[in-house]
Design a protein around this ligand. Structure first.
Ligand code: ADP
Length: 331
């Protein structure tokens, strides 16, 4: 619904923009033609005047000098008008292109923010509702220990999801507002990666995780932020790849860089989306057809954390299918 309204507004703004631009260009062309006509009329008047002087007193040499001056003035004006026309038209088009892009970006951001608000509301409500039902069931019924364990595990799972979501929202706003107290300490990334993955192995016992981690690889940075970075990448790999496909985590040193890679065998990321997925609130596809839950904040946060750690983040295709998210830390 909100998407439809935004799209209608964008269409209206686009039509108004093109109408205004057409009007400005047409008025401008008309102004240029009028100036050209004036220039020609001036030349005509001057030539007529010269002609009348010839009949009376003027010598042929003086006539030809003055005739040349008239022609020169005419041509100079022509060049001046043409030059001005080109410069003004170029300025109008550059200005219009900048305006057009920024308006479209503004609309897109507005729409993504609306989607984000809807997604967050949904993402917050679901775990709370599930945890509540599970706890009520535990309270009301005398379940056997196996079922109790299962309900507690599911409830914990939901609270972890809630924790990740609130962490993502809080840390993004703190990083953006400059309110995050960044610690810059020596961190053993090999241990951090293994710890995070052990946690996922416990939470998702039916998934296959392969760890290919070089020991004692360290980087300088903030442990909480690096944990959020790894967490988001692993969560995405789980969310966007089939249950029966493995997820590989690699950590190694290469050419003076520390490289962290998360590989999955999901659908992968289309080439035209490879840059955009790191934008704030950006999610592939549209709200009506998308099946996965999310807020579009995870990869934005990952790229921000990578930048703050003097690292690059990118996504490439895995073979035969899937994606590889790679973070390269410059030492
Ligand atoms: P969210 O997962 O909450 O939608 P992210 O910022 O983490 O937000 O990801 C942005 C988009 O990038 C996702 O909506 C998804 O379409 C795509 N994406 C992220 N990770 C993967 C992956 N491992 N495989 C395929 N697509 C992915």
């Amino acid at each position: 619904m909100a998407e439809d309204t935004t799209r209608k507004k964008l269409r209206r703004a686009t039509i108004t923009f093109w109408l205004l631009l057409t009007y400005v260009v047409a008025a401008y062309v008309w102004w240029f033609i009028s100036l050209e006509q004036q220039n020609e009329e001036m030349r005509g008047y001057k030539e007529l005047q010269l002609q009348s002087e010839v009949d009376s007193s003027i010598s042929p040499e003086l006539y030809s000098t003055r005739y040349e001056t008239i022609e020169k003035d005419y041509r100079r004006n022509q060049t001046k008008f043409a030059g001005e026309a080109v410069v003004f038209l170029a300025l109008i088009f550059v200005g219009a292109a900048i305006l057009y892009r920024s308006v479209r970006r503004q609309f897109r951001l507005q729409q993504q923010q609306q989607n984000f608000m809807m997604a967050v509301t949904h993402e917050l409500k679901t775990p709370i509702a599930v945890a509540r039902i599970n706890l009520e069931t535990l309270q009301k019924h005398n379940l056997d220990p196996e079922k109790q364990k299962k309900l507690i595990r599911l409830t914990l799972e939901e609270t972890t999801r809630l924790n990740t979501l609130t962490n993502n929202i809080l840390v993004s706003s703190q990083l953006e507002g400059g309110g995050y107290h960044f610690t810059n300490e020596e961190i053993e990334l090999s241990d951090l990666l293994e710890d995070v993955l052990q946690d996922f192995i416990k939470r998702f016992p039916d998934r296959q995780f392969i760890l290919d981690v070089e020991p004692e690889v360290d980087v300088k940075g903030d442990p909480l932020l690096l944990q959020i970075l790894v967490n988001n990448l692993v969560e995405n790999a789980i969310k966007y790849s089939p249950r029966d496909k493995p997820i590989i985590a690699r950590l190694y040193r290469q050419d003076g860089l520390v490289k962290l890679e998360l590989c999955d065998e999901g659908p992968g990321v289309p080439d035209e989306e490879k840059i955009r997925i790191f934008d704030k609130f950006y999610r592939i596809g549209n709200e009506n057809t998308r099946k996965s839950q999310g807020t579009g904040l995870g990869l934005y946060l990952c790229s921000k954390i990578a930048r703050d750690h003097n690292a690059d983040i990118s996504v490439t295709n895995n073979h035969p299918h899937g994606s590889i998210f790679a973070v390269s830390f410059h030492q």
